[in-house]
Design a protein around this ligand. Sequence first.
Ligand code: ARG
Ligand code: ZN
Ligand code: CA
Length: 315
Amino acid sequence: MNADTVNVPAIWKSIAANTHIQFRLADFDTLGNPTTGIIHIPTAVTSFANSPSDHKINFATLGGANAWNRNHYLNIPICNLGTGILGYTQMPGVGTASKDGCVINYMAVGKTGATAPYNLGRTITHEVGHWLNLIHTWGDDYGYCYGTDYVADTPNEGNANYSNYPVSTVRTDSCSPNSPGFMWQNYMDYTDDAGMCLFTAGQVARMQATLAGPRDSILSSPAVWPAAVKQIDWTAAVSIYPSPSKGVINIRLQGMTGKTVIRGFDISGNQVLERTLENPDPVTGFDLSYLSEGVYFLEITSLNRRIVRKVVLIR
Ligand code: ARG
Ligand code: ZN
Ligand code: CA
């Protein structure tokens, strides 16, 4: 899905890999209330310190914002980090929950209003790589060849690559002296945004292992609607009456076509009813007097719509 994949030079094509990882903005906050997944917090702090040991960005009491539960959310606080750093991230399996996530300098976020050459969104790509346990391709040894990113298919690299080159430029150094050289186009180097265009199969395996391991709880996060539930049509013209009811309810279905399935659930989610209507009449009556007093939910699914409504039974 990344348009930059066309830039991957021929020498790296066979090891460039699809991560098969997609992110969603949260549909629910930590209290279960609807959210766009983006919140804005006014602060009196003009510049946050550029290190994970500084607490302020992660604490509302210090002018930042409290992280949402890291088991269910990837937090990306965006703030002024001063000059010199674009972002930093706490690796999985270490550190404190309250400081987990990717802290990003506002001038290196997105494509609009960001500062060149960090204005193509790659700072978050790089930091999320760290969040999924990737290490810099030069092994963080700053000029030597002993450092490693523990990924077999990224070439050994002496120091970080800064700046940028035409994408198929072969760059060599003392750790990778022969063509194809080191992989300066990797998202986990320090190259300018425009030059970054790939993760490798080995890096993808490491990220997937993280999602199968220390960060596995994000996969079943209650913060997003499951894909199917997203299709609920709250505006459809369905009415259920009377409610409260002593037992018999009428369901008026307008705009539902074809085979329609009605399922009832109690408030604990136990299914208490299932009825299939091959060709629904505008009004269908149901006798629910076998159910005890309480609140129930009816999920009505037809070919074209999915609707959930509440019904209250009294005695
Ligand atoms: N952690 C790195 C730094 O701030 C981020 C590098 C991001 N690189 C980029 N081209 N956006 O130094
Ligand atoms: Zn980094
Ligand atoms: Ca190195």
